[in-house]
Design a protein around this ligand. Structure first.
Ligand SMILES: [Zn+2]
Ligand SMILES: [Zn+2]
Length: 235
C-alpha cells in the first residue's frame, strides 16, 4: 500500500499547510484518512478526478481539523456527477446525512472490506468519540492510524506489530493532564512504536506554532511532512 501525506497540522493549519489528511492506495482502492483543511485541494493536485474516485473517506472523529472539509467533498460530489454515494466512515454520522454520502457509523471492533483493503476500527482516547483504524492490504501489509488520542491501556495491543504506524504526536514534551488525555507526546509515540514492535512510525498532527520539535534518533521514526509518500513493506 502507498501512503501519501496531505496535511499534518492540528488543531489548525500552519501558513501554507493543511490539517490531518492522508491518502492510502492499494491496487485500485483509494481511501482518504481524515479530511482536514486543504484535503480536497491536495487530492485534486494528485489527480483532478481523485475526489470522485475515492472508495471511502474515513473520519477518525468529527473535530474540524480532521473533518472540516467533508462538506467541500459533498459539494464536489454533488457537482461532479458521482455515480454512487461516497462511503464516509465516522463514529458520529449526524453531520454526514446527504444523498451523495453513504455514512457508516464506526465502533470499536467494526471490520469492513473496501476493495483490496480490510479496515478494523479501534476506540481511541480523546475528547469526543474517536476511532483509530487498522488497515491490511492485499499483500498483508498493515498500517495503523491513531487519529487523535492520548495514551491509554490497550493502545499497545491495538497497534501491535503493524508495519507502519501513523500517530498523533501533537505534544512536544510532557504537558498538563488535560492535554495528555487527548494527545500523545513525541516520547510516548516513540515508546509506543517500540512496545508495540511496529516496523516504523510517522509522527504527525504537529502543532503549527513554528517552534521546533525534539530531534528524533530512532531510525524507525520520522516526522510527517506534507508531500511525503511511503510504501509499506513487509517485515
Ligand atoms: Zn486533531
Ligand atoms: Zn481531535
Amino acid at each position: 500500500m502507498k501512503l501519501s501525506i496531505l496535511g499534518i497540522y492540528g488543531p489548525f493549519p500552519a501558513p501554507g499547510g493543511g490539517c490531518s489528511s492522508y491518502l492510502v492506495e492499494d491496487r485500485n482502492t483509494r481511501i482518504l484518512l481524515d479530511c482536514g483543511s486543504g484535503a480536497l485541494q491536495k487530492c485534486r493536485a494528485i489527480h483532478p478526478e481523485l475526489p470522485l474516485r475515492l472508495d471511502a473517506v474515513v473520519l477518525s472523529h468529527m473535530h474540524a481539523d480532521h473533518a472540516g472539509e467533508i462538506d467541500l467533498f459533498r459539494y464536489q460530489c454533488e457537482f461532479g456527477l458521482m455515480q454512487s454515494p461516497l462511503k464516509v466512515f465516522s463514529p458520529e454520522t449526524d453531520k454526514l446525512q446527504a444523498p451523495v454520502f453513504d455514512p457508516v457509523r464506526t465502533y470499536d471492533g467494526l471490520q469492513v472490506t473496501i476493495g483490496s483493503m480490510t479496515l478494523r476500527f479501534a476506540a481511541m482516547q480523546h475528547a469526543v468519540p474517536t476511532m483509530g483504524v487498522h488497515i491490511t492490504d492485499a499483500e498483508g501489509r498493515t498500517l495503523f492510524y491513531t487519529g487523535d488520542t492520548g495514551w491509554f491501556d490497550g493502545l499497545v495491543d491495538a497497534v501491535k506489530g503493524v508495519d507502519l504506524l501513523l500517530a498523533d504526536a501533537c505534544l512536544r514534551y510532557e504537558s498538563n493532564e488535560k492535554a495528555l488525555k487527548n494527545h500523545m507526546t513525541v516520547a510516548q509515540v516513540l515508546s509506543l512504536r517500540e512496545q508495540a514492535d511496529c516496523d516504523g512510525v510517522i509522527l504527525t498532527h504537529l502543532f503549527p506554532d513554528g517552534k521546533p520539535y525534539p530531534q528524533i534518533i530512532d531510525r524507525k521514526a520520522v516526522y510527517a511532512r506534507e508531500g511525503m509518500q511511503f510504501m509499506s513493506t513487509r517485515k
